[in-house]
Design a protein around this ligand. Structure first.
Ligand code: 8YV
Length: 329
């Protein structure tokens, strides 16, 4: 149970409308510098406050959880993925963890779809030619990409975001395939005309485009391992809007360099915000700075979910978006 006017700490600047609402409802403190907090800062915050609202940039490991004081009851994450939070340690200490599911699925799926279109059609290379004043005019063999229509798309992780990608991709004439922990309902398979692959290996080796849409959990860390990445067809593309850790980045880079995978669209990376220099030198990759859920509407809705989770707990109920432990795909 949380006290009526909980002392809430928000680790990054959120949309103003959300911070204003929060300050009406709670005894609020915000990291107005908007700079990522270091371990010591986090320990201090965890020790002092009743509720902490972190984001993906806060690494909340066992040590941080251990430093939490008697008052800390809730880690109300601003974001869907919770791989930066040691949920088991939190739960053991009786601290609830919540996230903001659902509200960023469509925005994330838009960017996944944009990458699915942009990489095979070489949009970024074309734009670069113009910007660099390097375009000498049309010719039949200029900037040839690969057709999207009719290609096989393999979705790894058919949750909310994966299904939203599938709906978009279907309308672009892609053939939908998926691998997931559980097979989705028959009605959804029918609606999406989707084929389920129990074997991820088999799916990977047959697809033209692969989209990663599963959460990062211990079970999905390097799910696309070096061995699995090598199963992918030479003329296939990979799009990742989930987490960098879901694929073995080093191997992906090597395969791209050796032209054993045709191209990649990456919105997430291992060790963000560091970008491996080798990626910058590759022509066949399109890189985005973890922005797939970055819409004003999405951020406001994420903030609203955070408020609902805190308020529900203040009212003595279980917060609706409680996360018990990392799930697998
Ligand atoms: C968010 C994300 O922007 O919600 C997620 O899991 O990856 C992002 O799109 C970020 O998590 C905010 O904390």
């Amino acid at each position: 149970m949380l006290k009526k006017n909980p002392h809430v700490y928000v680790t990054r600047l959120l949309p103003e409308i959300i911070l204003n609402r929060m300050s009406e409802l709670f005894n609020l403190e915000v990291n107005n510098s908007d700079k990522q907090l270091n371990g010591d800062d986090l320990k201090k915050v965890f020790n002092e406050f009743d509720v902490v609202v972190p984001t993906v940039t806060d690494k909340i490991n066992t040590e941080i959880i251990k430093s939490s004081g008697q008052n800390l009851k809730l880690i109300a994450n601003f974001g869907n993925g919770v791989d930066h939070i040691d949920i088991d340690s939190a739960n053991k200490k009786g601290i609830f963890v919540t996230n903001t599911p659902g509200v960023l699925s469509e925005d994330t799926a838009d960017i996944a779809m944009a990458l699915i279109l942009a990489v095979p059609r070489r949009l970024f290379e074309g734009e670069k030619k113009i910007r660099e004043k390097n375009w000498s005019g049309w010719s039949p063999n200029f900037m040839l990409g690969r057709r999207i229509y009719g290609k096989k798309l393999g979705i790894v992780g058919m949750g909310r975001i994966g299904s939203a990608v599938a709906r978009r991709a279907k309308s672009f004439g892609l053939n939908i395939n998926y691998h997931n922990r559980n097979r989705v309902a028959e009605s959804i398979e029918k609606e999406l005309n989707a084929t389920y692959w129990a074997s991820l290996d088999q799916m990977l080796s047959s697809m033209d485009i692969i989209s990663l849409n599963c959460p990062h959990t211990p079970a999905t860390y390097h799910l696309l391992s070096p061995r699995r990445l090598k199963l992918i067809k030479r003329d296939a593309y990979i799009v990742n809007t989930s987490r960098g850790e879901v694929l073995h980045q080093d191997t992906l880079i090597e395969l791209l360099q050796e032209k054993k995978i045709m191209g990649a669209g990456l919105d997430v990376f291992e060790k963000e915000p560091l970008i491996d220099e080798r990626l910058l030198n590759l022509k066949n990759v399109f890189l985005l700075p973890h922005m797939s859920s970055a819409t004003l509407e999405g951020r406001v809705e994420m903030g609203e979910r955070v408020i609902i989770n805190i308020r529900t707990m203040v009212d003595g109920h279980r917060p609706p978006d409680r996360v018990i432990s990392g799930t697998t795909i």
